[in-house]
Design a protein around this ligand. Structure first.
Ligand code: S3P
Length: 440
């Protein structure tokens, strides 16, 4: 599927983007192994979270789909899962695969986790290595990728203190989830604080846990108690609209009920560094997560150097930041973003190639890029089957002089069902082209 994006001029109105992907995954996982029934509202019905949900229904967990975004999950307890009928296909979802590796490696039956072409290229040793130290028996391909085969850990899991070489919520969560099944106290230290949704939600499910920036620890053997969960809107989905409105004078957009967990708000800080006009109102706490409404007004952005811990706090929003940089006056330098190379695509290369195809001067670097703001003409760009590259380039049409055709956009469904309709409702002019011939 391709998108055809006609040049648009401003974004105006009020939006409530779908539920947070990270929180939706965790809500399903913890509800499934809790005792009792959990009611989840605001669930993201994107392909990634549905893959997590299907993994559990395939292991005997009953999930009532009350609406697209509302679920009641009847937890089976930590040891109530049943062997799946075959390999569990997690599609495009790295979060599903890495967290489930941790959660499932202590089960008393064998499990195979697999996924699509992109997921089976992504590095998995970052989780299988610490889980192996805990006694898990997981095999990967020779290159350390999926499929992952989990064999029962005959002697049970033992707690470890793990110093993660990368700040990664997926590594941290995999180790903590395995730690629920381990004997003793599992501790995880990371070089910088990664998103802490797992810690917050484990607490909501009654797990005692010690956590502060860059550290988390829990005692094994704790049971989870069902709880009701309200999932806030995903700041990662809001980010496309924040950038789109920020780069177009005359825009004024409000994004409601957005999750504002401080480990995720780097995009707001980055846009403010680029001199965007952003206000936050109605700040409150919902289900242990900070939430608020974000209002953004369009203007002229100014280039800056973006590096350090703010990059980790905006890692999924960096493709949209590349577009903001292309619209800013001057050269923006992005550093400390090497993790972008191992996301759904190599996002440094995908975004540099896409922006260059529109006439922007962009130079890739090992851990970032240099992007010179300038005029964007139209053209054909490749989203590389990466949802966030596709949506970022759709936003670029707000500043492009000619239409942009974006190839390979199907995976937008993984994180943002309804993106095209929502985008068009506030001022973009996107059309979906199906069955289009390959463009030379
Ligand atoms: C996620 C963690 C992040 C992020 C990913 C979702 C999560 O990856 O990029 O999209 O839900 O735990 P890291 O594990 O690299 O932090």
């Amino acid at each position: 599927m391709d998108y055809l994006c006609q040049p648009a001029r401003t974004l105006r109105g009020c939006l409530r983007v779908p539920g947070d992907k990270s929180i939706s995954h965790r809500a399903v996982m913890l509800a499934a192994i809790a005792d009792g029934s959990s009611h989840i509202r605001g669930f993201l019905p994107g392909e990634d979270c549905l893959a997590t949900l299907r993994a559990f229904t395939g292991m005997g967990v009953e999930a009532e789909r009350l609406s697209d975004t509302e679920l009641r999950i009847h937890g089976v307890g930590r040891y109530g899962l049943k062997p799946p009928a075959g390999p569990i296909d997690l599609g495009n979802s790295g979060t599903s695969m890495r967290l489930l590796a941790g959660l499932l490696c202590a089960q008393p039956f064998a499990i195979t986790l697999t996924g699509d072409a992109s997921l089976t290229r992504r590095p998995m040793r970052r989780v299988t290595e610490p889980l192996g130290q805990m006694g898990a028996r997981i095999t990967t391909s020779e290159t350390g990728t999926a499929p992952l085969t989990l064999q029962p850990a005959d002697a049970g899991l033992r707690a470890i203190r793990y110093h993660s070489p990368v700040a990664s919520a997926q590594i941290k969560s995999a180790v903590l989830l395995a730690g629920l099944y381990a004997e003793g106290r599992t501790e995880l230290v990371e070089p910088e604080a990664s998103r802490d949704h797992s810690e917050r939600m484990l607490r909501a499910f009654g797990v005692e846990l010690e956590a502060h920036a860059g550290f988390a620890a829990l005692e094994g053997g704790q049971e989870l108690r069902a709880v009701d969960i309200d999932v806030p809107s995903d700041i990662s989905s809001a980010a496309f609209f924040l950038v789109g409105a920020a780069v177009t004078p005359g825009s004024e957009l409000t994004l409601q009920n957005v999750g504002l967990n401080p480990t995720r708000t780097g995009i707001i800080d980055i846009l403010r560094t680029l001199k965007a006009d952003i206000d936050i109102a109605n700040e409150r706490t919902v289900g242990g997560e900070p939430v608020g409404d974000i209002r953004v007004r369009g203007g002229e952005l100014k280039a800056a150097t973006i590096s350090g811990s703010v990059v980790g706090r905006a890692i999924d929003e960096m493709p949209a930041v590349f577009v903001a940089a292309a619209c800013a006056t001057g050269e923006t330098i992005i550093r400390d973003a090497a993790e972008l190379r191992v996301k759904e695509s190599d996002r440094i290369q995908s975004m540099v190639d896409a922006l260059r195809a529109l006439g922007i001067s962009a130079v890739p670097e090992a851990d970032g890029a240099r992007i010179l703001g300038g005029r964007m003409h139209g053209g054909v760009v490749d989203a590389c089957d990466d949802h966030r590259v596709a949506m970022s380039m759709a936003i670029a049409s707000l500043r492009a002089e000619q239409p942009i055709r974006i190839r390979h956009c199907d995976n937008v469904q993984t994180s943002f069902p309804g993106f095209v309709e929502m985008a068009n409702a506030v001022g973009l002019e996107l059309r979906v082209l199906n069955d289009c011939p390959e463009v030379a």
